[in-house]
Design a protein around this ligand. Structure first.
Ligand code: 4AD
Ligand code: MG
Length: 478
């Protein structure tokens, strides 16, 4: 018996006239003779040539788009255009039939919207093969980046009893019976009867637990799913997304910015080195897509040029206050083209403002720092001016906010005062405050939205197309 080989290996092979065996799914079957076969190991198909004179009619009929088959035959040099090798089949076996009439993924161009409705099958397309190979490479690169630098990978809990961002955007986790909810004397739901004996939710961020670990290991990172019950139906938001959160002891905002910029460049460069074929495909896909747009809406750079641009330029650093001055004086603000006009200092930046700074003004990734304390989270370190915090947001072209982070407030008295002001319950976070009671140190960290990174590197335009089974308002199919 010969062993099955992967198509990506065979396509590179020069072992002509040897016996080979492959398994895969039929993409197309032309003239009762040529099968384009794909096994997922690469985007390219291998051509299988069937001797139809010596193949039973009922078997030929079952070689349909989507069917799974085993092929044994001889690897030969191909005379056809666009391929160097093909398989002269001596034996074709059907592993799984696919009714050609009913198979939703017909061999033609489908819209991304349609493919989202058949997300269980869309991995079989070239686009999604490429996107998810790049996603894999980026995940791997992130682990490699932190591992090389001596960070410890922490698995922080998915179920928590706290709100790490203090923004109240949480999904509740409960086993209470909705039809007979236990009530306390004053009529409120009695969570002491719930599974954990208290109210719990899906985590919005692993940061707080990450800080506990960082103040023991020195530097750690998390990489896991996080959940936000925000009702945002945009191309940049998911209700379930993956976040990478490094946390470093003895580090300040400057160190934090350096780490973030190094990481971004490292993982983008890794993807370029390891996914050249996929990125070339996605580059062309985007060029084609851009052709549909009017000239003035097309981007100046191709996908690959954008990646290089990001690798070859320092991220622009500026403070929130400087950004407000730029935005106030900007054309879209003067001409009242922004939906939210910038009137003055203190305004929260909307994605239209972030994108103006990155895409129109600086035309490169931007690190904005030192935001007003009132629009940021309770744990960010208060600056000496008493008005701003040592926060940083990293903004990317086409994406907006890619990373959010800060130096943390390590002074117990300042932190508890901030929590009071912002209505963050201290009794629930007694364990967090303990890090400030026992050997507190300056420390800093940030969160990278993994899907936003994948969006940027693949040039896809909707975040729902870079996670396998997207979760968003009114949608939890598959
Ligand atoms: O800015 P955020 O909310 O920051 C935190 O959660 C901090 N605890 C991070 C830290 O300092 N350790 O989220 C961080 C990043 C954002 O910059 C964005 O890229 C991504 O997570 N993100 C989302 N991605 C997809 N869908 C959503 N609904 C997202 N919300 C945030
Ligand atoms: Mg943020």
């Amino acid at each position: 018996m010969i062993r099955r080989q992967q198509i990506n290996d065979l396509l590179k092979s020069t072992a002509f006239n040897t016996e080979v065996k492959v398994m895969g799914w039929v993409k197309t079957f032309r003239n009762n003779q040529f099968i384009a076969l794909n096994d997922g190991s690469c985007m390219a198909n291998i051509q299988v040539v069937v001797d139809f004179n010596n193949t039973p009619e009922n078997l030929l009929k079952r070689i349909t788009t989507g069917a799974a088959i085993t092929v044994e035959g001889i690897l030969v040099e191909s005379l056809g255009k666009g391929q160097t090798v093909e398989i002269k089949a001596s034996k074709v076996e059907i592993l799984g039939d696919s009714d050609a009439e009913k198979y939703p993924l017909q061999p033609k161009k489908h819209s991304l919207e349609f493919l989202r409705e058949i997300a269980h099958l869309r991995f079989r397309t070239n686009t999604f093969n490429a996107v998810f190979k790049v996603r894999h490479a980026l995940a791997f690169a992130i682990h490699q980046f932190y591992n090389e630098r001596g960070f410890v990978y922490m698995h922080t809990p998915v179920i928590t009893a706290s709100d790490a961002e203090g923004a109240g955007e949480m999904f509740r986790v409960t086993t209470l019976d909705f039809d007979h909810t236990p009530r306390t004397e004053d009529g409120k739901v009695d969570f002491s009867a719930d599974f954990f004996g208290r109210s719990t939710n899906l985590t919005v961020s692993g940061q707080l637990e990450g800080e506990l670990a960082a103040t023991a290991f020195g530097k750690i990172y998390t990489f896991g799913p996080t959940f936000r019950a925000e009702n945002s139906n945009t191309t940049r938001h998911l209700a379930e997304f993956w976040m990478i959160e490094p946390e470093v002891a003895f580090a300040d905002l400057e160190n934090n910015m350096e780490l973030a910029e190094d990481m971004m460049k490292y993982v983008i460069s890794y993807a370029k080195d390891h996914c050249a074929e996929e990125l070339a495909f996605l580059n062309n896909r985007l060029l084609e897509e851009e052709k549909q747009k009017p000239q003035n809406e097309r981007s100046e750079l191709s996908l690959l040029e954008k990646l290089d641009f990001c690798l070859n330029n320092d991220f622009q650093r500026l403070t929130y206050t400087e950004a407000i001055d730029i935005l106030k004086a900007s054309k879209p603000n003067q001409k009242k083209q922004f939906k939210y006009l910038i009137e003055g200092w203190g305004a929260d930046l909307q994605s239209e403002h972030e994108r103006y700074l990155v895409e129109k003004h600086f035309k490169k990734p931007v690190i904005l720092t030192d935001y007003p304390k009132d629009i940021k989270s309770f744990y960010m370190r208060l600056n000496d001016d008493g008005k701003t915090v040592a926060a940083m947001d990293i903004l990317f072209p086409g994406i907006g906010e890619m990373i959010g982070g800060s130096q943390r407030e390590e002074r117990l008295d300042v932190l508890t005062k901030r929590m009071e002001e912002m209505g963050v319950p201290q009794d629930e976070l007694w364990w967090y405050l303990d890090t400030r009671r026992f050997g507190t140190v300056p420390h800093a960290g940030f969160g990278l939205g993994f899907e936003r990174l994948v969006l940027f590197v693949t040039g896809m335009t909707n975040i729902r197309d870079v996670i396998a089974f997207p979760r968003f308002p009114k949608s939890a199919e598959f």
